[in-house]
Design a protein around this ligand. Structure first.
Ligand code: CS2
Ligand code: MN
Length: 358
């Protein structure tokens, strides 16, 4: 297992590479060109600049999270072929600097969705929270709430400048079914995966977060059966998974350790995040410690360990501690994720010992 850390780039993250070097065991930086919108070309010079910087501090730059997929590809519009060409061009450039895995998602319109980014926990820290009843399927009402909510409601996809265009985007998804979305994903993968095989770059799809349809939009990577169907779309090790425990976890029917045991040879990137699910279905993100939430983090790590997982792993969202929410990105503070690294490595190292390793 190779421990990694998500970093948003120089000047774009409150945490520096020098901070990250002091966290034990972190070997790689998970990076991206965060100013790129879906469908935009990635210039080689920019890729080289970021990866050179990361490598100069002694880290690998093997994983990109994310190269986002244009909605025209998800919608299956004729214009998708052009966007797929651009995607392929990016894969080739990334392979040139040694990138091994690209994490992406296939969620229509939005990435993760929450209703409060700074919900206070009993210990005085705060974290991302999802209240089922605060989500309404009517995007117009939702947009109003978000605009009123200000800072507490800023989520990927709901940026004020994008809200203006949401109407149009929602219209284009009218009538979209799970089946059709799977077809469009298959079309994309059939074009991209042969290139990945040739250039030795693995694709790793991120599950939908939360793991159920919202705003009337279908979501297709959210349970064991959905994952099975995905795996069979294009049967190549280059079409794999980012297994995110915090994204699958809010549906308590998802047996995550069993999913890992079943699909481990197609998991290229492991996201470890814990969430606590309340009786009414609301959930909040908590520390990585298994006992603090609903994800059995020990069993998750053990499932990887038992299968000799040698892919990449990172702590996913953490709580905001000691006032850091004023400067950090929601879910991406320094302290709780650093504690997460140590918890994960603590479990991993003791499993190694039990097996008679070092
Ligand atoms: C990540 C996802 O920050 C997060 O919650 O786990 O947003 C992830 O980066 C994307 O879905 C991958 O495309
Ligand atoms: Mn994740």
């Amino acid at each position: 297992m190779k421990m990694t850390w998500r970093w948003y780039g120089e000047g774009n993250d409150s945490i520096t590479l020098d901070h990250i070097r002091q966290i034990p065991g972190v070997e790689g930086i998970v990076w991206s060109l965060h100013d790129k919108v879906a469908g935009e070309e990635w210039e080689f010079e920019k890729i080289k600049e970021v990866t050179d910087l990361i490598k100069s501090k002694g880290f690998n730059a093997d994983i990109v999270e994310s190269v986002n997929i244009h909605d025209d590809i998800k919608l299956g519009l004729p214009s998708r072929d052009r966007y797929i060409e651009i995607y392929i061009d990016t894969i080739k450039k990334l392979s040139e600097v040694g990138v091994k895995v690209i994490c992406y998602n296939f969620m229509p319109v939005f990435d993760w969705t929450r209703t409060d980014l700074y919900k206070e926990l009993p210990d005085g820290s705060n974290a991302l929270y999802y209240e089922k009843n605060a989500i309404v399927d009517d995007p117009k009402v939702m947009a109003e709430r978000i605009l009123e909510g200000g800072k507490n409601f800023t989520m990927p996809g709901w940026e004020p400048e994008r809200i203006a265009k949401l109407d149009e985007l929602f219209k284009s998804y009218e009538g979209m079914t799970e089946e059709a979305l799977f077809e469009n994903l298959k079309y994309f993968l059939e074009k991209v995966i042969p290139v990945c095989e040739q250039y030795d770059v693995k694709m790793a799809i991120h599950p939908d977060d939360p793991p159920w349809p919202i705003f009337g939009l279908p979501r297709i990577i959210r349970s064991r059966d959905h994952i099975k169907k995905f795996i069979e779309l294009v049967d190549s090790p280059y079409s794999g998974l980012t297994l995110c425990t915090g994204s699958l976890g809010p549906n308590l029917l998802n047996d995550i350790p069993a999913i890992i045991r079943e699909f481990h040879d197609r998991i290229h990137f492991a996201h470890i995040r814990n969430i606590k699910v309340y009786e009414n279905g609301d959930f909040i993100e908590v520390s990585h410690r298994g006992k603090d939430g609903s994800v059995d983090v020990y069993e998750v790590i053990k499932a990887y360990h038992d299968n000799g997982f040698d892919g990449y792993m990172r702590p996913d969202h953490g709580r905001h501690l000691w006032g850091e929410e004023k400067e950090c990105r929601p879910g991406y503070g320094l302290y709780d994720r650093a504690l997460g690294v140590m918890y994960i490595l603590g479990v991993w190292d003791s499993l190694d010992k039990q097996k008679g390793g070092n």
